[in-house]
Design a protein around this ligand. Structure first.
Ligand code: CA2
Length: 171
């Protein structure tokens, strides 16, 4: 469910139809160690590098009429700063908070304050893994969570946000 404020912001950035007409901006955030993707543990996280994921997201976003900005940080504070800056400037956030998913109330609070549609993505199915990965603080702020589909999860998140933004325009 979009808040009234987020709906208003999305409305001013979109224009009817399934495809978002004016390029709504989506921030794609990746947390700690995700810059190492493709280099180790491909059996868990897949073979795609973060650069591959960025390229795939930019290509799909273009088709969907979205503009994406992709950022990665190993620092919790930097991620919080970027989420704060997204309020009022972006129309949605896709976030893979990495290990901060399981520890960070600061990222949760920043996402709640942002009042934007948020999709949480995990490459792996965190529920099939160690117990400490089963809980994500971030999920409380997310409209939806996609996990276990590898790099495709980011594309699924973009598609979900695009239809969400188009829908909120129609409402
Ligand atoms: O499945 C995911 O996307 C995770 O968010 C990835 C995090 C992990 O802490 C979460 O529980 C689930 C870890 C990212 C580490 O990335 C690596 C990349 C290359 C090699 C090893 C780790």
């Amino acid at each position: 469910m979009l808040t009234a404020a987020a709906r208003g912001r999305a409305r001013s950035a979109t224009k009817g139809g399934a495809r978002v007409a004016k390029a709504a901006k989506v921030l794609i955030l990746n947390g700690p160690n995700l810059n190492m993707l493709g280099m180790r543990q491909p059996e868990i996280y897949g073979a795609a590098t973060l650069a591959d994921i960025k390229a795939a997201c930019e290509s799909r976003a273009k088709d969907l009429g979205l503009a994406v900005e992709c950022r990665q940080s190993n620092s919790e504070g930097e991620l919080v700063g970027w989420i704060q800056a997204a309020r009022g400037t972006m129309q949605g956030v896709i976030i893979n908070p990495g290990a901060y998913s399981h520890t960070s109330v600061a990222i949760l609070d920043a996402l709640l304050i942002a009042e934007l549609p948020i999709v949480e993505v995990h490459l792996s199915n965190i529920h099939q893994r160690e117990e400490f990965r089963h809980h994500s603080y971030v999920s409380k702020a997310a409209q939806g969570v996609i996990c276990g589909f590898g790099a495709r999860g980011y594309i699924m998140a973009l598609e979900a946000l695009a239809s969400q933004l188009a829908e909120s325009q129609e409402a």
